[in-house]
Design a protein around this ligand. Structure first.
Ligand SMILES: C[S@@+](CC[C@H](N)C(=O)[O-])C[C@H]1O[C@@H](n2cnc3c(N)ncnc32)[C@H](O)[C@@H]1O
Length: 392
């Protein structure tokens, strides 16, 4: 079957994680927000729980020329809904998302036509609409489209209109609970959003769920707790701060109980710059981390902060090099301070790995930094995140 992935706010980060998890073969980056995976068998509901950058996964059902008259297209969509939509009690609930089809496509008109067609088949239905052309995962979830009907997504490929039926949406309630509901929070040091933690873990490319994952700046433990949920069994978090280790233990226990997991990560107070005194050489499979990114407030002398971070990262990275297995990877975030040069800690022996597969590097919508890395930022943020992937 052929699948479509609807990508999140930072599509290139999403593509990087999908390529790392599913492999590059059969992947086509269709437009900025859609990635296609051809000829695959995907368990969409379980997969989407582990992909922080993916909003929806759907199955490509059919395609038809964009010039197809609306009544004819409506008939085909109605038939698709009859055959494949979930049916709960009461009305069949459906919604249509225009994923950048362009001017000649009117989802509203099509929706009303589909309703009419369904009525002719004695099926009463409710059409869910929203202000945006694309229904958000929240709208799809709250209207129970996947259990009481279906969402159809439309996108354009050359002169053809592709029709996708949504199979799974991002578990936004769960993610928000893990983000804002965790018992131990440290707003002062800053916490990684769980979605971004998942993307980092995926980009590190562990080979098996038994691989040892280390987060040497674990803070309140987001990377470790997300890795627990993704099924990793061998997890270690270290941090210089006693409070961080306490918080991580509390949060990991909370996740264990909430999701009924069997895994028990280990946490230790350690300086990342001295880790090779604690771990044996060549013993860690992958390192995933968001390190100290500089003071959260009062960033006066940015050049001094940059020098301090370059020193911390260079020293830590040389320890990581010793303890990682050959071929092992580090996926980490570095800060980019708006209006300043990128960080350049010395990294003698490491190989920089491109996050996005080579075959997508020339696509016009792919925005890379001058050194081919991916950047992540929200509106108004002055400190951006840079994704760094290194291989020993
Ligand atoms: C940005 S926070 C990490 C946040 C974490 N990703 C989370 O989501 O909770 C940075 C952490 O680095 C720790 N840290 C700073 N210098 C360190 C060092 N030399 N070795 C180990 N940890 C250090 C701080 O104590 C802090 O907990």
């Amino acid at each position: 079957m052929d699948y479509a992935f609807i990508l999140g706010t930072h599509p290139a980060w999403s593509v990087a994680e999908i390529a790392s998890v599913l492999g590059e073969s059969g992947l086509f980056w269709e437009n900025e927000r859609i990635l296609i995976k051809k000829d695959a068998e995907i368990a969409a509901e379980s997969l989407i729980k582990n992909l922080g950058g993916v909003l929806k996964i759907g199955q490509i059902e059919f395609f038809t020329p964009l010039s197809t008259p609306t009544p004819q297209l409506a008939k085909r969509c109605a038939r698709l809904l009859v055959d494949k939509a979930s049916r709960g009690e009461g009305k069949l609930v459906f919604g249509l998302s225009d994923q950048g089809v362009g001017g000649r496509f009117a989802a509203d008109k099509l929706g009303l036509n589909i309703k009419k067609e369904l009525k002719l088949l004695n099926i009463s239905s409710r059409l869910v609409t929203s202000r945006d052309k694309e229904l958000s995962s929240v709208v799809v979830g709250q209207n129970k489209l996947l259990s009481k009907g279906a969402e159809l997504i439309f996108f354009l490929h050359r002169q053809d209109l592709f029709v996708v039926r949504t199979l799974a949406i991002q578990p936004f309630k769960d993610l928000s609970r893990r983000d804002f509901g965790r018992p131990a929070r440290d707003d002062h040091s800053g916490m990684l959003p769980p979605k971004l933690a998942q993307i980092l873990i995926n980009c590190a490319g562990a080979r098996s769920r038994g691989d040892m994952i280390l987060d040497p700046f674990c803070g309140s433990g987001t990377i470790i707790t997300e890795a627990m949920l993704m099924g990793y069994q061998n997890l270690i978090g270290t941090d210089l701060s006693e409070r961080a280790i306490k918080d991580s233990r509390v949060n990991a226990e909370w996740i264990r109980e909430l999701y009924g997991l069997d895994v028990r990560p280990k946490f230790h107070i350690k300086n990342a710059m001295r880790l090779s005194q604690f771990f044996k050489p060549n013993s860690v499979d992958i390192i995933v981390t968001e390190p100290y990114l500089g003071p959260q407030r009062g960033l006066d002398d940015i050049e001094a902060v940059k020098r301090e971070l370059e020193n911390l990262y260079a020293e830590s990275m040389s320890n990581f090099y010793r303890i990682l297995k050959p071929g092992g990877r580090v996926a980490m975030v570095w800060p980019v301070f708006f209006g300043h040069e990128f960080l350049k800690p010395s990294l003698d022996k490491w190989q920089m790995v491109k996050a996005v597969p080579e075959k997508f590097q020339k696509l016009p919508w792919l925005k890379l930094s001058y050194r081919d890395t991916l950047l992540y930022h929200r509106e108004g943020q002055r400190v951006w995140r840079e994704l760094i992937i290194l291989e020993k």
